[in-house]
Design a protein around this ligand. Structure first.
Ligand SMILES: Cc1cc2nc3c(=O)[nH]c(=O)nc-3n(C[C@H](O)[C@H](O)[C@H](O)COP(=O)(O)OP(=O)(O)OC[C@H]3O[C@@H](n4cnc5c(N)ncnc54)[C@H](O)[C@@H]3O)c2cc1C
Length: 225
């Protein structure tokens, strides 16, 4: 049965875990199939997961699978979809009229060094710019509506919409690929907006696969620059 809980991210986005198969025990089971053995008790199973992670013996982690429903701006989805080891299905701007929903940042940031260091713009500089961004969204959406009204096809009318418009997709990913995603997108080099999503997913991963999460944090994940 689908989980209705949506974890809010950014101003209008969310992460929702739709389905989950496996867990820590599925990793243990897969790793031990080669010797025809299953669980050897909690502590030894936990130690096995730690061993697998520390030796980058990653295929047993492919037997746990997460299905997420994601709502995020298109510029976040573009980064997300680079993670090829997963399955995606996205809402279609050809077949549906896109909604007037854009990511409007509460603050603006400036890049202060090449190695992904940023600082907030002063509020007095940011506030009028944010207002102009909002107006730009309004104008774009109005033009989109005008094009649709004139009979332009949805697939073509959408070309005037900014990358900040929200999209939705289903993302089915196994725990091995999920850890690769988290190692790249929940850490400090990742862009702040996708990192916000990855941080939520990291907590869902922790809840569903606590031993794997523990080993991942110990041997793989490097959160700081
Ligand atoms: C901070 C940051 C900056 C980035 N900047 C840019 C950028 O400027 N330009 C840009 O284009 N991308 C950029 N990317 C995207 C990046 O190059 C990867 O495409 C993205 O992070 C997905 O990672 P992945 O290939 O490991 O994941 P997946 O596609 O999910 O692949 C998982 C793993 O499968 C294996 N694999 C998958 N496909 C192949 C293949 N064809 N051949 C061999 N092995 C494969 C690899 O081991 C890979 O790690 C950036 C990513 C980050 C995190």
């Amino acid at each position: 049965m689908e989980d209705k809980v949506e974890f809010p991210v950014l101003d209008r986005g969310f992460v929702r875990l739709v389905d989950f198969m496996g867990g820590d025990e599925a990793v243990v089971q897969a790793a031990r199939v080669s010797t025809g053995q299953g669980s050897k008790g909690l502590e030894r199973d936990r130690a096995l997961i730690d061993y697998l992670m520390s030796h980058r013996h990653e295929t047993p982690f492919e037997h746990s699978v997460f299905k997420f429903h994601i709502r995020c701006p298109i510029f976040v989805a573009r980064q997300w979809f680079r993670h090829r080891m997963a399955s995606y299905n996205e809402i279609s701007g050809r077949y549906t009229e896109l909604r007037d929903e854009f990511h409007l940042p509460a603050t603006l940031r400036t890049q202060v060094s090449k190695d992904y260091q940023y600082a907030p713009l002063p509020a007095e500089t940011a506030a009028p710019l944010i207002e102009r961004i909002a107006k730009h969204y309004d104008d774009s959406y109005r033009l989109y509506q005008e094009l649709l009204g004139a009979g332009v096809a949805r697939e073509q009318a959408r070309i005037v919409l900014p990358l900040a418009i929200y999209t939705e997709f289903y993302w089915t990913v196994n725990a091995r690929s999920l850890m690769n995603f988290l190692s790249l997108r929940a850490e400090a080099h990742a862009q702040e907006e996708i990192r916000a999503y990855a941080q939520v997913i990291l907590q869902i991963f922790r809840e569903k696969m606590p031993w794997t999460y523990e080993a991942f944090m110990k041997h793989w994940f490097k959160p700081v620059l």
